[in-house]
Design a protein around this ligand. Structure first.
Ligand SMILES: Cc1cc2nc3c(=O)[nH]c(=O)nc-3n(C[C@H](O)[C@H](O)[C@H](O)COP(=O)(O)OP(=O)(O)OC[C@H]3O[C@@H](n4cnc5c(N)ncnc54)[C@H](O)[C@@H]3O)c2cc1C
Length: 459
């Protein structure tokens, strides 16, 4: 949508083909009985002044500045997030704290005496935080979130997503000796009054005013290529199957699916496409009567015995997320498309989440419930298996062989990026399409450029 807006502002003719009924993708917001839900609460933070301006210009006074309030629930305790030294010491306890520090010191010394390259997520965390913290927080939660052993997840994921380099750094930051990084410690964030999707609904209006066409409920099913160029995109919508001729294509379709659509994928390419998979999320949205359930927007549930990885209360992001006198909760449950959680009935998921809430000390939700329903995200998190880099490279190279195509975004670039980077990719892609220029580096935008969200361990 960002690319479409940029292009139509410059008079380029654009058709957006969107599989869903609304725009925004993972950043969409849907409404149910006067309540609004994102697909997992989104906060807008960017280091790019260009993207910041782009969004502010479009949203104006509809953009709220919110203060973050998050807790991590572990072992019956609730830790403030970002961590606060007095809070951690009070709740973690002196004996446990000393054990964690000793374990960290052992890992630190071992790494200095015999440096080892961190291949997996587990290596990366143990080397920097010690075994004790890994066993308590990082390991179990990561396995819960990804559904695979942390030993089989690439260290890239930790390196890209955990900005805090080590426990040493955590302590320095907590003592105020080191300056906080932007994302992890950002207490303020921007949020549109009507949910994160409002950004893209606004973009959509302007695209249409500029003469762009947006086709909802239309799925791209294949592309027709000839002489190394895409000539047309085939879509399926309620009217059946038909083709849209084009001069250039910008795709946010998942990289493995799009690489297959372009055809001529060799055996190795096919194997790579099969190995690049996504973790799905099922969200249970619960509409409630009465006052807010807690003061927190995000509650991270790190223990695997609870179904949800995160519980959110959307009202804290914008008062317009629930009607007056009401609130809502969203339970985010990581799963595999088609597995038992994905296929369970709403009633089963509701019962499980309500009994988990009781165990967490959140009581009385059943009697306050007005309604509940699930929303599903099939491609939520790209899974960085140990050799995902080679598979990703192979598929990007395959896409690159077709000259008038750009693949980018979270699924399209198979990169765990935030919305601001996806939007920036859209702007760069729009420029490349207009200039018929270099395209390949777009999916690499901001690699290593301070992707800062220790919370992404839990997000
Ligand atoms: C639970 C969760 C929480 C998040 N929280 C934050 C946050 O707080 N802050 C933040 O900045 N980012 C957050 N993100 C990340 C953010 O959602 C993504 O970075 C962003 O949505 C990526 O945009 P995209 O356009 O690349 O992909 P998407 O948003 O996935 O958009 C892809 C679009 O392509 C469409 N599409 C795919 N295949 C087809 C097809 N064959 N035919 C037609 N249409 C198709 C989809 O319907 C979709 O609209 C979060 C993500 C998740 C899952």
């Amino acid at each position: 949508m960002t690319a479409a807006l940029a292009l139509t502002r410059r008079g380029v003719r654009v058709t957006v083909v969107e599989r869903e009924v609304r725009v925004g993708g993972l950043c969409g917001t849907h409404e149910h009985r006067g309540f609004r839900f994102d697909y997992g609460g989104h906060r807008f933070i960017t280091q790019s002044t260009e993207i910041d301006r782009f969004v502010r210009d479009s949203l104006g006074d509809q953009l709220l500045t919110r203060t973050r309030s998050s807790v991590v629930v572990n072992g019956g305790a609730r830790y403030h997030y970002p961590l606060q030294l007095d809070d951690v010491l009070a709740k973690y306890g002196v004996a446990r704290g000393a054990r964690a520090l000793a374990s960290y010191a052992r890992a630190n010394v071992a790494q200095r005496l015999q440096p080892r390259e961190a291949k997996s997520f587990r290596d990366w965390v143990v080397q920097r935080f010690g075994r004790d913290l890994y066993d308590t927080f990082f390991g179990p939660y990561t396995e819960k979130l990804w559904g695979i052993a942390p030993e089989t997840i690439s260290a890239d994921w930790a390196a890209q997503r955990i900005s805090i380099p080590s426990l040493n750094d955590v302590v320095l930051r907590l003592l105020g000796v080191r300056r906080p990084e932007v994302r992890t410690y950002a207490r303020k964030y921007l949020y549109p009054r009507l949910g994160i999707g409002q950004i893209f609904e606004n973009f959509e209006k302007e695209v249409a005013e500029n003469g762009g066409v947006i086709r909802h409920g239309a799925e791209v099913i294949s592309v027709r290529t000839s002489r190394g160029r895409v000539q047309a995109v085939a879509i399926r919508d309620e009217a059946g199957e038909h083709e849209i001729p084009c001069d250039a294509v910008l795709s946010t379709i998942a990289l493995p699916a799009f690489a297959r659509m372009l055809g001529s994928l060799d055996r190795e390419g096919e194997a790579s496409a099969g190995r690049l998979r996504f973790r799905a999320i099922r969200m249970l949205n619960v509409l409630l009567e009465g006052p807010p359930v807690s003061p927190h927007t995000w509650m991270y549930i790190s223990e695997p015995s609870y179904l949800a990885a995160r519980i959110q209360e959307p009202l804290h992001r914008s008062p317009s997320m629930a009607p007056p006198g009401c609130t809502s909760l969203m339970f985010e449950v990581p799963c595999e498309a088609g597995d038992a959680v994905w296929s369970a009935s709403d009633a089963q998921i509701y019962e499980r989440c309500m009994s988990d809430a009781d165990r967490l000390g959140i009581h009385g939700l059943r009697s306050r419930t007005i309604d509940s329903f699930s929303s599903f995200v099939r491609e939520g998190y790209p899974i960085y298996h140990l050799d995902y880099g080679a598979d990703r490279e192979r598929l990007l190279a395959h896409v690159d062989r077709t000259s008038n195509v750009i693949t980018c975004g979270r699924q399209g670039g198979f990169r765990y990026i935030f919305m601001d980077t996806a939007m920036e990719m859209g702007l760069r892609a729009a420029e490349a399409i207009e200039a018929r220029g270099a395209r390949r580096n777009i999916s690499e935008l901001r690699v290593g450029g301070g992707l800062i969200e220790a919370c992404a361990l839990t997000a």
